[in-house]
Design a protein around this ligand. Sequence first.
Ligand SMILES: *[C@@H]1O[C@H](CO)[C@@H](O)[C@H](O)[C@H]1NC(C)=O
Ligand SMILES: *[C@@H]1O[C@H](CO)[C@@H](O)[C@H](O)[C@H]1NC(C)=O
Ligand SMILES: *[C@@H]1O[C@H](CO)[C@@H](O)[C@H](O)[C@H]1NC(C)=O
Length: 315
Amino acid sequence: MEKALLLYILVFCWHFSYALFTVEAPQSLYTVEHGNNVTMECTFPVDGQLKFADLSVSWEKKDELRKQVYVLHKGKEDFQNQHSDFKGRIKLWKENLNLGQSLLQITDVKLRDAGFYRCIIGYEGADYKTISLKVKAPYRTITQRVVSTRDNEWKLTCRSEGYPRAKVIWQNRGYEDVTGKANTTYEIGNDQLYHVTSTLTIKSRVDEIFYCIFWNEELQENTSAILHVAVVFPEDSNDGVLWTESRRFVGTILILTACFGSVLLFMLCIRKARANKDNRTPMASSSIAKLSKDNDCRDGSFEDEELKYIQIEKT
Ligand SMILES: *[C@@H]1O[C@H](CO)[C@@H](O)[C@H](O)[C@H]1NC(C)=O
Ligand SMILES: *[C@@H]1O[C@H](CO)[C@@H](O)[C@H](O)[C@H]1NC(C)=O
Ligand SMILES: *[C@@H]1O[C@H](CO)[C@@H](O)[C@H](O)[C@H]1NC(C)=O
């Protein structure tokens, strides 16, 4: 903090006394898409070989509070007081300093990165420039839904996410504005994007089309979708029912097979047991017990009793 303050005071002093040293910003506004990278540039005069030890470079963001983005003091990087907003997302292209360029890269740009940045350089003098960063998130994909509510009445819904806030405009086939019949809600998600849902409730015959347009006025961008009001074919609507029915059918068959199988197995067990009971050899009895275990005949009290009976007979 102290270093930054010192640099700051220096800047103002040098700024007035050494007007020859000037920092330039070739581009004063950058617009970047949320999630992308941006590299902002400042230039300063370097005569011959850069004396690294004399160079101080700093970038800060002008929010309510000044946030430190990057500091290189007398040739040494210092991340100690870097604001947490920027941790791990900042890179200064050091090799470019030799050319008199201070290039600051921000990776994975967030919506909150938008604002004003000050690029400060102290070398043979000190100066700064302010650069503005805009972050956008286009309403790229629109998901839609068409539902029939009553006779000839339909609810058409379009949904998308982006930034900044977009207006939703609805048009019919003839491009007439029908937005008055629509209801649009805005929610801000954890990602800070606007989650926009617009529902048009309208009377229409089938085979009509409507357009929903997400109008991002600030970015002068339109994203639109076409919605078809169409009859839902009976095959389509029955498909789901048929599927569950057929599943139920298969399920029933499986259960029946299993039941039938168990009964068969059970009867087989009993018959074997009976046959062995007649033999009354201990050897056979123990093999019955083993067999019945293996064949899972021990479920059900009846089998158990049958088995006990066999054991008693044996001893
Ligand atoms: C942003 O920069 C990082 C690190 O330099 C790189 O891995 C990533 O692919 C870049 N992302 C985009 C969208 O260019
Ligand atoms: C829009 O939705 C809100 C909340 O669900 C409701 O109160 C309002 O009446 C709706 N307006 C129209 C024009 O449908
Ligand atoms: C976007 O669409 C709206 C409504 O149709 C229109 O008023 C506006 O001029 C369009 N803007 C662009 C940049 O296409």
